[in-house]
Structures are given as structure tokens and as C-alpha cells.
Write a new protein. Structure first.
Length: 581
């Protein structure tokens, strides 16, 4: 599992920005330098203990090195130089370790941001059909919880590299100075480590999968509850929603507690094993089974144990926690790979598409559409439907509930395909499937029943431009459209006019004003086709009638297709498509 998890991390690297990859390289170089200073630290520490045991000792490694350069220097001066170097090494090692900790934290966040940007970019560029194959809560979990877990896991891997460098350096030092006991210690820890990971790896993988499911259900519950605030309030089901959320929170808490318990097992084992090694070493020294200065070697070994204990513990914890994101890594990797595959297919198909030029007409010919309902029965929506709409002009679609009005609009938009991918929608006589969706969408403006507005100014919401409102904005055209949709009075009442800030979903203006603002946005795009899917149903009759009077004027230059409940508005139509059942 460890190898599989690390392999997934390597595959994720290709989705990171070049600056992040350079920082990772810089981190590894710094980690290697830090390990060299760890080695120097222990070498100086060994000499320092020798010096404490025998102040007149001139056989220190550092002093011998000085003798090669300046043998005439007094011994006291050599010891002072030794002390200064020792302090400098400790300070430099501390600074490098702090720098590495900071870098690991920054890189964890960079990985998080890069993956969110990459996956979000791919999600919002998906084809409609592909996008709605999954619920929004799954996308939300991938972009938040899963990628947060991956970012934390990546930071843990970087910290693991630091600890492994430290362990390798210290063990290398002791393999040279205390070969037998070091080899014996490594053997014991290797056996215990293999046993630990063989025992817990399946449990960790299972917990990782459970946590992803619980997180997904938690976010789904939150998403659905917040979107259904009105229904929850009216039907008084707040407690029921709270119970569902508490259920997933409890399961998530239990999974986290189990994971923390597994992660804390090595600490007790490592502490006892290391001190057992120290006691065993003293026993061997006492009975002269191994030679050397008992106090000197024992002191260095004890200091090494105190240094190794947290490093070994952290290394095992980090190795264990680095495998925790396994399921999140797999799911995010699958999402990125699938979308990348779709992008390649779309890119290849883009070259085969036909250009349509100015929109003249939309023809529905022999339209068949059906689906399997929840009971497993085949429900037929359209069976050989034929109709035609010519530009410019206004066309209305009418029919009973469930007759397929919105479905027909989605087929015209290219959001759905006909049954068995048949050719049934033609634009200027060309099958819609032979036309680039990008080119088709450039010609269309669409107003749903509940339009989405962003927290920004009125101008930003009309132009759908949040990067630089003053750049590439035709203020003269905006002014004309505002007059056309009768928003002049509203905007003039605001002190900041077009720079007036809208709240989320434009809650600080009325429903009729929101729909007029949505119409202004749709018209600013200069569409050749304007589609309204029950966009005026929530408005009073007078407001709706006023909007359709405006649409009648607009339809002199634009093809408009709409669905509405109020039969009176159909009097403006050039043609009506009645979906009788």
C-alpha cells in the first residue's frame, strides 16, 4: 500500500505548477544539506564528550584537522576554535531545520492550491452531459476535503524525507563507531517495522475509504440542507437534518479516533525498544563482551537515543499518515485522468466540426428521446417530433408538466443527446453533433428560472467580468441595454450606480429586477439565440407582461425560444410548439 500511495503522489506531480516543482527541488537540496550538518553535529558531539572526560586530550578529530593546517597553535586556542565551530554548527543546523519546516508547510499549501486550480478548471470546462453524471456534493468533496487530505499528506511526505535523512545520517555515524550494536538495533527495528505495517496497512486503507465516504455524505447533507432552507423551515424538519448530520459527524469522528490510535502505537514501542537497546549495550560493556570506553560510548549512545526517539516516532507516524490519503489520491487521480481523456477526445473532435455562420434556423426532425425511470420502466418523452424555428422571431414551447419542455430546450442547447445518439437537431441544416459546442455556445444566451448572481457590482454581473471591469467593457452598450430592459430607474437610485454591490444571488433587489438583470446579462453577449426556461414563472403577471413586451422588440433581431406557464405571453409568438401528450 505504501508503494501504491507514493506512486499516486508521483502521478499527481504532473498537475503541479513549475514554480511548485522548483520549490520541491529546493527543499530536497536543503534537506540533504541539513543531514550533513546532522552528521557534523554528532561528530563534534563525540569529540565534546571526549573533551569533557579528558580536558588534556589532543587526539580529537577536529584538533587533528587543525594540526594539519596550524600545528603551532596553543591547545587552548584549538579548543576555543573547536567550541566556536561546534556552536556555529548547532545554530546553522537549527536554522536549516526551521527553514525546512517552513518550506514543507508552504509546499503542502502549494500542492493543495495547484490541485484545486487544476481540478476546478477541468470541472467547469466539462461538457454538460459529463458534468451532471455526478452530484455537486461529490465535486465539492473532491475540491475541498480530498485535496486538503492530499495536501496534508504531501507535507507529511516532505517531513518524512527530513526525518529519514536524519536517521540515515545518525545510523551511518554509529555504524562506523559502534557497528555491532547499531546493526543489531537496525535489525530489531526492521522486523518490528515490517510487522507493524503488515498488521495495520489494511486497516489504514479501510479507514481511509470510510473517511472519504463519511466526508462525502457530510458535505452532501450540508449542501442539500442549505439549498433547501425554505422547505426545511416550512416543514419544521430542522431536527431531522441535524440528526443526519450528527450521524455522519459521529462516524467521521470514530474513524479519526481509530486512525489516531493506530498512529500512536509506535511511540510506546519505539521508546521501550530504544531504552532496551541502551540497557543491553551497558550490559555488554559491563561484562566486557564488547570493548571501548563504557562512559564515553554509553553517553554518546544515550544522546543518540534521545535524538532518535522523536525522529523514529515521527518517521513511522509520517509514513503511516502519508498512506492515509490513499483513497483521496485515487479518486482525485481518477477524476483528473478521466477529464484529461475527455479533453483529448474533444480536442480531436474539434477538428472535425463544421462552421455554421449566422444562425438562420433550428430544425427538429424525427426526434426520439426516452429514459429508464426509477422503477426500471422505459419512459418515452418524444417519438418522432418535428418542428422548425427561423431567425429572427419568438417561439414558445407549451405542454403539460412532464411533457418534455425543458428537455427539448436542453437538446437544442446540446446539453443532451437524442436516443441512440441519432441526428435529430439541425442548425442551418447541419446536424448539431457536427458543430463545435464552443462555437454553438458563443451564439447562445440562456436564462433559467433561477438565475445565479455573484457577489459583485451590477456592472460585473451584467458583463460577467470579475477580473478587470474597466477592461473590454462597452459602457455605451451597457447603457442601451439597461434602458431596453427598464433598469434605468433602479440603477439611478443607487449612489454608486453600476458600481452598486449586489449581495449573494442579488438578494438586495426584487425578483422582477433580478430577472431584468439576467436579461441584461443575456443581451450584453449579443446572442443570436436567446433561451428562457420558465424564467418569468415566479413573477407577477404585470411584471411578466412587461418583460415579454421588451422581448417582442428584441425578437426583431434575435431568435428567442421560451417556456412559460402564463398562456397570455404566447400571443407575442411567431410560432408555438405544443407538446401534447
Amino acid at each position: 500500500m505504501i508503494r501504491e500511495t507514493f506512486s499516486l503522489y508521483l502521478k499527481i506531480l504532473k498537475y503541479l505548477q513549475d514554480t511548485t516543482k522548483k520549490k520541491i527541488t529546493f527543499f530536497l537540496i536543503f534537506a540533504a544539506i541539513g543531514s550533513l550538518f546532522d552528521l557534523l553535529n554528532f561528530a563534534f558531539l563525540s569529540d565534546a564528550i571526549k573533551l569533557l572526560l579528558d580536558p588534556d586530550n589532543t587526539s580529537l578529530n577536529f584538533i587533528r584537522a587543525i594540526n594539519l593546517v596550524s600545528p603551532q597553535l596553543p591547545t587552548d586556542t584549538k579548543i576555543k576554535i573547536f567550541s566556536v565551530f561546534f556552536v556555529c554548527i548547532i545554530v546553522i543546523r537549527y536554522m536549516i531545520s526551521q527553514k525546512n519546516l517552513l518550506l514543507s508547510s508552504i509546499l503542502g499549501n502549494n500542492v493543495n492550491n495547484d490541485l484545486v486550480n487544476s481540478l476546478f478548471s477541468k470541472y467547469i470546462n466539462l461538457e454538460f452531459i459529463e458534468f451532471y453524471k455526478q452530484s455537486s456534493s461529490i465535486y465539492f468533496v473532491r475540491l475541498t476535503s480530498d485535496i486538503n487530505i492530499i495536501g496534508s499528506g504531501f507535507q507529511n511526505i516532505l517531513l518524512l524525507i527530513l526525518e529519514m535523512f536524519t536517521l540515515i545520517v545518525i545510523l551511518s555515524f554509529f555504524l562506523i563507531t559502534q557497528f555491532t550494536i547499531t546493526l543489531l538495533t537496525c535489525g530489531v527495528f526492521f522486523i518490528v517495522g515490517i510487522f507493524y505495517f503488515k498488521t495495520v496497512s489494511k486497516k489504514i486503507k479501510k479507514l481511509s475509504k470510510e473517511k472519504v465516504v463519511y466526508e462525502q455524505e457530510k458535505y452532501r447533507t450540508l449542501d442539500e440542507s442549505l439549498k433547501s432552507f425554505v422547505e426545511i423551515t416550512i416543514f419544521g424538519i430542522q431536527n431531522a437534518c441535524q440528526k443526519i448530520l450528527n450521524k455522519w459527524n459521529m462516524l467521521l469522528t470514530q474513524a479519526n479516533a481509530k486512525q489516531n490510535y493506530i498512529n500512536n502505537i509506535p511511540r510506546i514501542v519505539i521508546e521501550n525498544l530504544l531504552f532496551f537497546v541502551f540497557a543491553f549495550y551497558i550490559f555488554l560493556q559491563k561484562f566486557n563482551i564488547i570493548g571501548g570506553s563504557s562512559f564515553l560510548a554509553g553517553s554518546v549512545l544515550l544522546i543518540a537515543i534521545l535524538r532518535l526517539t522523536p525522529s523514529l516516532y515521527r518517521a513511522i507516524i509520517l509514513m503511516s499518515s502519508s498512506t492515509n490519503p490513499h483513497e483521496s489520491l485515487r479518486l482525485v487521480q481518477e477524476a483528473l485522468n478521466f477529464i484529461s481523456g475527455q479533453e483529448e477526445i474533444n480536442s480531436r473532435e474539434e477538428k472535425k466540426y463544421v462552421s455554421i455562420g449566422q444562425l438562420n434556423d433550428i430544425k427538429i426532425q424525427g426526434l426520439n428521446f426516452s429514459f429508464v425511470n426509477n422503477k426500471g420502466n422505459l419512459k418515452v418523452i418524444f417519438d418522432g417530433l418535428n418542428c422548425q424555428m427561423t431567425a429572427p422571431g419568438m417561439y414558445g414551447i407549451t405542454g403539460k408538466s412532464g411533457s418534455g419542455k425543458s428537455t427539448l430546450l436542453e437538446l437544442i442547447l446540446g446539453f443532451r443527446n437524442c436516443t441512440n445518439d441519432e441526428e435529430c437537431v439541425y442548425i442551418n441544416g447541419i446536424p448539431l453533433n457536427s458543430i463545435s459546442r464552443r462555437e454553438w455556445y458563443k451564439k447562445i444566451s440562456y436564462i433559467p428560472q433561477h438565475s445565479t448572481f455573484f457577489e459583485g457590482t451590477i456592472l460585473e454581473n451584467i458583463c460577467v467580468n470579475f477580473e478587470d471591469t474597466n477592461a473590454n467593457v462597452d459602457l455605451e452598450r451597457v447603457s442601451e441595454i439597461i434602458k431596453l430592459v427598464k433598469l434605468t430607474e433602479l440603477i439611478n437610485n443607487f449612489d454608486l450606480k453600476l458600481d452598486h454591490k449586489l449581495e449573494q444571488n442579488a438578494r438586495n433587489i426584487s425578483g422582477g429586477q433580478r430577472q431584468r438583470l439576467a436579461l441584461a446579462r443575456a443581451l450584453y453577449k449579443s446572442p443570436e439565440l436567446l433561451i428562457l426556461d420558465e424564467s418569468t414563472n415566479a413573477l407577477d403577471s404585470e411584471t411578466e407582461a412587461g418583460i415579454f413586451e421588451d422581448l417582442k422588440k428584441i425578437s426583431e433581431k434575435v431568435l428567442i425560444i421560451f417556456v412559460a406557464h402564463n398562456k397570455n405571453v404566447y400571443k407575442h409568438c411567431k410560432g408555438i410548439i405544443d407538446l401534447k401528450k
